[in-house]
Design a protein around this ligand. Structure first.
Ligand code: ADP
Length: 233
């Protein structure tokens, strides 16, 4: 295993390991961006169920074929399928020092499953960061998002447009929109969030595990707020 010392910040406070962190928040709240950076900083895996499922779709696996249309519509894929994927991933050795979960759990069933899994593997309970963002910003962040299929650069036609319409500044490729970032699919994703995922906020608050951060700020400020939460708990 790697270095066991917790990362130290300039003020000397440390983060306790294992880091079992769940990122909650509406689609477009910035969970993925933050989870990736925090995971890099702590040297623990960033586990995004959305990315794992998109990867399965791209590779054309059995799972991928099963979930493709569901994901494009913006609906949630069946709990059992996602729970199996997460169980397999969390059993990998690189999760021993912890993990950052992004996009899981997304329903009460999934949250209960995660509790059971962590209990049966004697790993303690999760800390949860809820990234809160105004609905209008979320709509613009998602429907305005465009990606370069070649280098992965991300733009937004409202906040961070490319210099030339629909063309990547870095390599000139034509930008694409994620299949579930269309207005219709975004509407479904937000409804699913309200119906299935929002109840988790109350649940984790009752358990004393929830900390909220303001996701309307710029990414660096949001990241600093999350780091403060991690060091304080
Ligand atoms: P976002 O949080 O912006 O909606 P994600 O990349 O996390 O994006 O998820 C994309 C899609 O993948 C979801 O709309 C859903 O169809 C599927 N998905 C991801 N995670 C889960 C999950 N835990 N349960 C069910 N479906 C999921």
């Amino acid at each position: 295993m790697g270095d066991e010392r917790p990362p130290e910040s300039p003020d000397g406070a440390v983060v306790k390991f294992p880091v079992l962190l769940v990122m909650l928040g509406a689609p477009g709240a910035g969970k993925g961006t933050q989870a990736r950076e925090i995971a890099n900083w702590l040297c623990v895996p960033h586990i995004s169920t959305g990315e794992m499922l998109r990867d399965a779709v791209e590779r054309g696996t059995v799972t991928g074929k099963r979930v493709r249309a569901i994901m494009e519509s913006g609906a949630l894929v069946p709990d059992d399928l996602v729970c199996t994927i997460v169980e397999q991933r969390l059993s990998q050795p690189d999760c021993e020092r912890g993990f950052i979960l992004d996009g899981f759990p997304r329903s009460v069933h999934q949250a209960l499953f995660l509790d059971g899994l962590l209990k049966s593997t004697h790993r303690g309970s999760v800390r949860v960061v809820n990234i809160r963002v105004d609905r209008d910003s979320v709509l613009k962040r998602l429907t305005g998002r465009r990606m370069c299929p070649k280098c992965g650069a991300i733009y937004n036609i409202y906040f961070n447009p490319p210099r030339r319409d629909s063309v990547c500044d870095l390599d000139g490729s034509s930008l694409v929109q994620r299949g579930d970032d269309t207005e219709e699919a975004v509407g479904t994703r937000l409804r699913e969030y309200e119906r299935q995922t929002k109840p988790l906020i109350e649940r984790y608050r009752h358990m004393g595990a929830l900390r909220a951060v303001d996701g309307n700020a710029d990414p660096k400020t949001v990241r600093e707020a999350i780091v403060r939460v991690l060091k304080a708990s």
